[in-house]
Design a protein around this ligand. Sequence first.
Ligand code: 9D3
Length: 251
Amino acid sequence: MRFDLITLFPELFEPFLKTGITRRAFESGQVQVHTHNPRDHAQGAYRRVDDRPFGGGPGMVMMAEPLALAVEQAQAQREKPAKVLLFSPVGRVLDHALVQQWADSEGAVLVCGRYEGLDQRFIDACVDEQISLGDFVLSGGELPAMVFLDAIARLQPEVLGDAQSHIQDSFNPVLDGLLDCPHYTRPEVWRAHSVPPVLASGHHEHIERWRRDQRLLLTARLRPALIEAARSAGRLDAKDETLLRGGPPGA
Ligand code: 9D3
């Protein structure tokens, strides 16, 4: 798959593309990433990409033409035109379903905005979908684009690796709809805090039951709506329900 980034700051993506477990997906070309700078398509000695808003108000607005030319350059380099996504605070909030949809796609053109916004005529004429990270204000779309690409890259079989690939179909940030259990590593006692003894017991069945119980209790406490969803989907069995009613483990 191929993603074309439209950004005034292509250098922000360099360390991201070269670092961490997602590096293989990008360097192997499994997830191809190309950048296009609207400034390279701007006019005049100053190569302006922003101007003052019609009607007044604070801040600057990104001009339509440099953005449109950058998108057109990106589309011309692709085998066939792709959807154009804009990262914007008014977009649909990113979640696993959206990440999975784009991870299963041929890619897209990703527009990263700066300043107070983009000329609406560019959005109306050139943008298919808008994606937000949530209700807080960032300085631009570059970090959201990296978040989006990171989430997509780690779903690639090569990144996930053999050991984890069996869970790919059911992969979900909350696994099978429950929050993850706590994790521990050496030393077994750290500053007088011990690892839960069951995890050091070597008793595999007890460990799996403990982990399931932890996930159920944690989810019931922090994300009760997820328990209801798991119950409706038939993913809770009798042992799970006993635990959630305050019954054993062990007691
Ligand atoms: C008061 C008007 N501002 C909207 C909250 C204008 C504005 C500020 C900052 C518009 C865009 C931006 C830059 N933000 C993004 O490009 C952005 C973003 C975000 O700020 N929050 C959550 N998700 C995203 S995706 C892109």
